[in-house]
Design a protein around this ligand. Structure first.
Ligand SMILES: [Fe+2]
Length: 213
């Protein structure tokens, strides 16, 4: 599997170009600010873009969609959309072919109700649900509760070696693994929901105290 991680602008937003090496078929995740660079990278690497997804409907992840569709004829799919080629809906556990590989959708509501993570082989593209050393912003009520459940029920059970590719470059490294996040991410080390939401409430002070940027 080929993974190109590309900084697109915005708030250090990442786009991803992921391909099955043998068939040169590619999927794009969150093309956002610079869709032309993603399309250019696909051409340079002789990859054919078959499908695209947005991890959620926030402007900094979707603002390149119209341009991307103009260039490729591929409309990025969001949660609830139907893929015109396979007629399959983008929903929890939905699977889409990527050459010899399979793209699996994991619905991870919390940051937004429509947040999804894209699981392909040994990699998961986590949008604004999970960052390196951080988690997605939410309110301190239902949003936080739903995000906590998504993280613990949907993402953390993945194999520890699963590579984590977040939607923003806001950590100490641009990528991580499920194991590393389980062992080091302060939000995932919280022993229960109450301490998770407490950490969100006190995040500014915690960051200052621990020298986190
Ligand atoms: Fe977002």
């Amino acid at each position: 599997m080929i993974v190109h991680q590309m900084l697109t602008g915005g708030d250090r937003n990442f786009a991803y170009l992921v391909a099955d090496e043998s068939t040169r078929t590619a999927v794009v995740i969150d093309p956002s600010y610079t869709p032309e660079e993603v399309v250019h990278a696909a051409r340079q690497n002789e990859l054919t873009i078959a499908r695209a997804f947005c991890t959620h409907d926030h402007h900094d992840h979707t603002n390149g969609n119209a341009g991307f569709e103009r260039m490729t004829g591929v409309r990025p799919l969001l949660f609830g959309d139907t893929d015109p080629e396979t007629d399959r809906r983008v929903e929890d556990e939905a699977e889409f072919p990527l050459g010899h590989l399979t793209v699996r959708v994991i619905h991870t509501p919390g940051h937004t109700p429509d947040s999804i993570c894209i699981h392909i082989e040994d990699a998961v593209f986590t949008g604004d649900t999970l960052f390196v050393g951080k988690v997605g912003g939410t309110d301190l009520g239902d949003g936080a509760k739903t995000e906590y459940e998504s993280l613990h029920q949907k993402l953390l059970p993945l194999p520890g070696s699963t590579r984590v590719f977040p939607g923003h470059d806001v950590g100490v490294t641009p990528e991580s693994t499920i194991r590393h996040e389980r062992e080091t991410n302060p939000f995932l080390l919280c022993r229960d929901y109450e301490s998770f939401v407490d950490l969100k409430r006190n995040w500014a002070a915690y960051k200052k105290e621990h020298g986190i940027a």
